[in-house]
Design a protein around this ligand. Structure first.
Ligand SMILES: [Mg+2]
Length: 256
């Protein structure tokens, strides 16, 4: 009796500690998904068909490293071909365009004003760091979150159903439901697009070096790519097989 009592005292705290860690790890992983869902992967397996006419697409734009290079000093350099790129997206008639950046809303506003000027009214949404569902601590601590497109689809599809997006840049938005087949996220970060990786276009990061070189043409190449994508019935399936850019290591090989 005495020995079992002492073993209880000795081992119970370790068992409790072990189950506490198991619970902690489990709750962390279940909350922070880090890979695509099976449902998403199933949709990306449906073959894409070449359409006779383009179908509406949602374009989600990142800002820093994609459209501009922004130093901490607030000096902002516009990427070459930015004006052509913006004009193309906002006048083609096949794209709904929104911004989603990890920058804070006040910084996002500065960049959007500079990039879009009066045309900012044609953007269906400008989302900043406040739209990731981050805790106050994560928000303050420069956590780099995933851009989970499910958050966008839930929000915008209810707006479409209520007729709130009909005045924007689409020729026709009737019967439109946003999902993996018609959404394109343009972001220099591969990390941020992990949850729906086949919906992303990854231009090379527009950084200090490329902003000084002045020979960057990624936005021009994206226009050419979108000219093909807009005729696809399932962009995720198409982009999975025909990505805009390959991983950096392979790009190095391509150059040589
Ligand atoms: Mg970026």
């Amino acid at each position: 009796m005495g020995s079992s009592f002492s073993s209880l005292l000795l081992f119970r705290p370790f068992r409790l500690l072990r189950s506490f860690w198991t619970w902690l790890i489990w709750s962390f992983w279940s909350k922070k998904r880090t890979s695509p869902t099976k449902q998403y992967l199933n949709i990306t397996s449906i073959p894409s068909i070449n359409l006779a006419k383009p179908s509406p697409k949602l374009i989600i734009l990142d800002l820093n490293g994609t459209l501009v290079y922004r130093k901490k000093t607030r000096k902002i350099t516009l990427r070459p071909f930015l004006k052509e790129f913006i004009d193309y997206l906002l006048t083609d008639g096949n794209f709904l365009v929104m911004i989603w950046t990890t920058a804070r809303p006040e910084n996002a506003k500065i960049m959007v004003d500079l990039i879009f000027g009066n045309q900012r009214e044609k953007l269906i949404a400008i989302w900043g760091r406040d739209k990731f569902g981050l805790s106050k601590r994560e928000y303050e601590r420069h956590t780099v979150p995933f851009k989970n497109l499910e958050i966008v689809w839930n929000d915008l599809n209810s707006q479409i159903a209520n007729g709130n997006l009909s005045k924007y840049t689409l020729k026709s938005s009737s019967e439109l439901t946003l999902d993996p087949t018609n959404t394109i996220l343009i972001d220099d970060s591969r990390h941020k697009t992990k949850l729906q990786p086949f919906n992303a276009i990854h231009p090379r990061e527009f950084d200090l070096k490329s902003s000084r070189n002045g020979d960057d043409s990624e936005l021009k190449k994206i226009i050419e790519y979108l000219e093909v994508i807009k005729y696809q019935s399932n962009v995720a399936a198409y982009m999975k097989d025909n990505p805009f850019s390959v991983q950096e290591e392979m790009t190095e090989i391509d150059i040589h």
